[in-house]
Design a protein around this ligand. Structure first.
Ligand code: COA
Length: 315
């Protein structure tokens, strides 16, 4: 049975924190942050909002977009690095939504979490005979950042994005390419009670190498060509990483969705948030071919070749 995305929703905290705001407490500048990362601002959630609130709001919006109710959902998979150890973010989202017919659990794959969750949900829909699934990427990165460390604090933001998967006329989730390399586990990590720690240069080098590699692989797996891909939606960690990958792949700038200037790095939420941006720009139509590609701590990486299955079929 063909499956695809039939609903999309997001959640962004209202508080926008600019580089200048950060420069008032950190030894940094708007100029440094923009030129090194492409980031101009990020959304930061207030203390009374946690990652389950962001995830739930995104999920509600995706359900409304799909025209479904919470009881219709058979599976909830959340990619997150900022939930509690237990219960899972997905179980709390299940409760908040009242999605009592769902099986709910989290995926730990850091910034690749949304792609891992998408592939997991797609496979489980078949193996468990589930009609509808919610796939969520949600993060409150501000809760795990050391706000006195200028090398990491400037990079991250909060937010969530969710998609509803359901039966579609044509297949919407054409191919996946997922992988991990635990030898890089010391490059980007968080101890249980500590903040994010990172070897920025090494992560940068890994990302610049891995991003084009997985895009090429997933396009080949889907039996497609790079020239026929309409949009590339990369994980938003650093504009220089995105530009380097794009140049290596020979993809024109207008085919790449960039949200890092306003969202910064929202980890597992960045790809569904960028999907929403693509849709609001009118770039997602029925049949649009999109490659989603992420990378992150683990090290982990994941790409998905999708066909957009919402909207009017073109004659
Ligand atoms: N403001 C001003 N100066 C800063 C700064 C900041 N926010 N952060 C670091 N610096 C300084 C450093 O202290 C260093 O100073 P020094 O030369 O006197 O020692 C200088 O800027 C250069 O630091 P460096 O770490 O070499 O910069 P960079 O060009 O590698 O950029 C990152 C740093 C973090 C932006 C970049 O390495 C990066 O984006 N890496 C990937 C990180 C990532 O994507 N992580 C998430 C993956 S999912």
């Amino acid at each position: 049975m063909n499956k695809g995305i039939i609903g999309l929703g997001t959640s962004l905290p209202s508080r926008r924190v600019t580089n200048e705001d950060l420069a008032s407490t950190l030894d940094t500048s708007d100029e440094w942050i923009r030129t090194r990362t492409g980031i101009g601002a990020r959304r930061i959630a207030s203390d009374d909002i946690d990652v389950t609130d962001l995830a739930t709001e995104a999920a509600r919006n995706a359900l409304e977009d799909a025209g479904l109710t919470a009881e219709d959902i058979g599976l909830i998979v959340v990619g997150t690095a900022t939930g509690r150890a237990f219960p899972s973010t997905a179980c709390v989202v299940q409760q908040k939504l009242g999605a009592l017919n769902a099986t709910a659990f989290d995926i730990s794959a850091a910034c690749s979490g949304f792609i891992f969750a998408l592939q997991t949900a797609r496979s489980m829909m078949d193996s468990m005979d589930k009609r509808y699934a919610l796939v969520i990427g949600a993060e409150k990165m501000s809760s795990i950042v050391d706000w006195s460390d200028r090398s990491t604090a400037i990079l991250f933001g909060d937010g969530a994005g969710a998609v509803v998967l359901g039966e579609t006329k044509i297949e919407g989730l054409n191919a996946f390419e997922l992988g991990t390399d635990g030898r890089g586990s010391a490059l980007l990590f968080k101890e249980l009670d500590g903040p994010i720690e990172m070897n920025g240069r090494e992560v940068f080098k890994f990302a610049v190498r891995k991003l084009p590699e997985i895009v090429e692989k997933v396009v080949e797996k889907a039996g497609d060509t790079l020239a026929d891909v309409d949009l590339l939606i990369p994980h938003q960690a650093n504009l220089r990483i995105i530009d380097a990958a794009r140049e290596r792949l020979g993809i024109p700038e207008e085919k790449v969705i960039v949200t890092i200037d306003e969202h910064a790095n929202t980890s597992a939420a960045s790809i569904p948030l960028a999907l929403q941006e693509a849709r609001s720009q009118g770039r997602l139509r029925y049949g649009t071919k999109v490659v989603l590609a992420g990378f992150g701590a683990g090290l982990t990486w994941g790409a998905s070749h999708i066909t957009w299955t919402q909207g009017e079929e073109q004659a």
